[in-house]
Design a protein around this ligand. Structure first.
Ligand code: SIN
Length: 318
C-alpha cells in the first residue's frame, strides 16, 4: 500500500488514517483529543485500532485530566499500575519516567532479541485491553518505542505449529524486582504484590474472533504440561518469531504524541538506548480494564496469585 490517507467511517468528522507499515500502526489525523469526541469519531478510532493495532496521534498536548477523559471514551480505566502505583492525585495515570524502576537492569544475565518485549500486565488474569501513552519530555533523538502484531505473528506460523500452540497454556508472573523502589512520581511505594495467571498461548479476540499469539516475553515463564527444556525451547522459538521486523512498527516520539494500542493483539518494547544518552524522557500512561482471555477451545484464563486489575478510584484512593 502507498502512504495513503484513508478517510475513516463517519460523515460528521472524518478522521485521516495513514498506515505506517504493512501490518502494524497507523497515524490518525483530523481529530483533537483535548475535546470530547463525536460518536462517529469514537467508532472510527475503534475500527482503526482493531485494524492497525496501534494508533499514533501528533500534537495533542493533553493535561492529566484530558488524558483520562480521552481514555474514558473507550472504556473503564484501571489504576495507573497495579504494582507500581500512580501519579499523586491522579489514580489513573502511571508515570513512565526514564528511571522509573531503580533496579531495572540489575541481575539481567543475558540479553536476547526479545528481551524487554511485553504485553502490559499479562500477569493479571484480566490484562488491560488497551493502553494510552502520551509523550511530554522527549529526547531529540533516541527513545523510540516498537510494537509487534501478535495476530500476524500467529498467522505466519506454519499450520502444524499453529495447531500445536492452539491447545497450550502458559503461566505469566510478575514480582517487583528485589530492592526496587518507586520513583517520587508515585504516591505509594512499590509493594510486594506478586501477580500470576495462567493464560491460553493463543488468545481469541473478543471483537474480531482473530487469534493472537499471546506470549508476552516479559511475563510468560513456562508452558503448562511441557518439560522445562521443551517449554524453554518452544518459548524461545515463538519469541524470536514474534519480534520479526516485518510484524513491527517503530515510533519516533515528539512532545504531544499519543500512542493508543490494543493490548490483546500487540506486544511492545520500551527503549533502552535512552540510558546511553543524557536526555530526560517522561511519558504518562493510562490503561483500560480488560476482559479475561479465552483460548481457541473456549478455555478461560485463571488467576494463580493476586487480584484482577480493577478500577482506579476504588483501589488507589484509599
Ligand atoms: C510501556 O512499556 O508502556 C512504555 C513504553 C515506553 O516507555 O516507550
Amino acid at each position: 500500500m502507498n502512504a495513503a490517507v484513508i478517510a475513516g467511517e463517519t460523515a460528521e468528522a472524518p478522521i485521516e488514517i495513514t498506515p505506517l507499515s504493512a501490518h502494524t500502526g497507523a497515524q490518525i489525523g483530523g481529530v483533537d483529543l483535548t475535546r470530547p469526541l463525536s460518536p462517529g469519531q469514537i467508532r472510527a478510532i475503534r475500527a482503526a485500532l482493531l485494524e492497525w493495532r496501534v494508533l499514533f496521534f501528533r500534537e495533542q498536548f493533553l493535561s492529566h485530566e484530558q488524558h483520562v477523559a480521552f481514555s474514558a471514551q473507550f472504556g473503564e480505566l484501571t489504576v495507573g499500575h497495579p504494582v507500581f502505583g500512580h501519579v499523586d492525585g491522579h489514580p489513573e495515570i502511571y508515570s513512565i519516567s526514564k528511571f522509573r524502576k531503580a533496579t531495572r537492569f540489575e541481575g539481567q544475565a543475558l540479553l536476547r532479541p526479545w528481551t524487554g518485549w511485553h504485553t502490559d500486565v499479562t500477569a493479571a488474569v484480566n490484562p488491560p485491553h488497551a493502553s494510552i501513552l502520551r509523550g511530554v519530555t522527549i529526547p531529540p533523538f533516541g527513545g523510540d518505542t516498537q510494537w509487534t502484531n501478535l495476530v500476524v505473528a500467529y498467522e505466519k506460523l506454519s499450520a502444524p505449529l499453529r495447531a500445536f500452540v492452539d491447545g497450550l497454556r502458559g503461566v505469566h508472573r510478575f514480582a517487583p524486582p528485589q530492592g526496587a523502589s518507586a520513583t517520587q512520581s508515585f504516591s505509594k511505594a512499590v509493594d510486594t504484590t506478586t501477580l500470576a495467571s495462567e493464560h491460553p498461548l493463543v488468545r481469541v479476540h473478543p471483537d474480531t474472533g482473530e487469534r493472537a499469539l499471546y506470549v508476552s516475553p516479559g511475563f510468560l515463564k513456562h508452558i503448562v504440561g511441557l518439560a522445562p527444556r521443551e517449554s524453554q525451547v518452544l518459548l524461545e522459538l515463538l519469541w524470536e518469531h514474534l519480534v520479526r521486523p516485518e510484524f513491527t512498527v517503530r515510533f519516533k516520539w515528539e512532545p504531544g504524541s499519543v500512542a493508543f494500542w490494543d493490548n490483546r493483539t500487540t506486544a511492545h518494547l520500551a527503549p533502552t538506548d535512552i540510558f546511553d544518552l543524557d536526555f530526560d524522557r517522561q511519558l504518562y500512561r493510562t490503561t483500560l480494564v480488560g476482559d479475561v482471555p479465552v483460548g481457541p477451545d473456549g478455555g478461560k484464563s485463571v488467576a494463580l496469585e493476586g487480584s484482577p486489575v480493577g478500577v482506579a478510584a476504588a483501589t488507589a484512593l484509599n
